[in-house]
Design a protein around this ligand. Structure first.
Ligand SMILES: [Zn+2]
Ligand SMILES: [Zn+2]
Length: 142
């Protein structure tokens, strides 16, 4: 499927093979912040011969070109985000769900930091318990 996302990717000089297209389709507009394993499970339904290495290498290549974000907020596994515009994330410590936190502003950089570092961006991580996990804990009487 040709989407804005595939156009952006091919515009950055990435050759679009059918396997890569399947990975891009899975990522396009995907707000669930899937792991490489989840993407692999999804695309192998269409491409049973695709190896996990292909998925992983494609994600690394897209990350290196700045076309996807690689999130390390989940301690269990890296997660991928096709939305590379400035936004922040919240993770549920119960189920690992990651949601976007949209914020138009950038944090103010303190003067001593601005002096010691050349800034390239910022990203805020929020932690908490999602409603579903909170309700489950209540039912168990925790
Ligand atoms: Zn949860
Ligand atoms: Zn996100």
């Amino acid at each position: 499927m040709i989407t804005e996302f595939t156009k952006t990717v091919s515009g950055s000089g990435v050759k679009l093979t059918p396997q890569r297209m399947a990975i891009l389709d899975c990522l396009n507009g995907n707000e669930s912040h899937p792991s490489a394993e989840e993407i692999f499970r999804h695309v192998s339904q269409t491409y049973p011969m695709m190896s996990f290495a292909t998925v992983y290498n494609t994600l690394s290549m897209l990350r290196d070109k700045g076309l996807v974000l690689e999130l390390t907020i989940d301690p269990a596994r890296k997660r991928y985000d096709p939305n590379v515009k400035l936004h922040h994330h919240v993770i549920c410590l119960g189920c690992g769900k990651i949601a976007d936190v949209h914020a138009e502003y950038e944090l103010d950089v303190p003067a001593d930091i601005a002096e010691a570092f050349v800034m390239s961006g910022n990203h805020v991580e929020f932690y908490g318990t999602c409603r579903a996990c909170g309700n489950a804990a209540q039912l168990k009487g925790e």
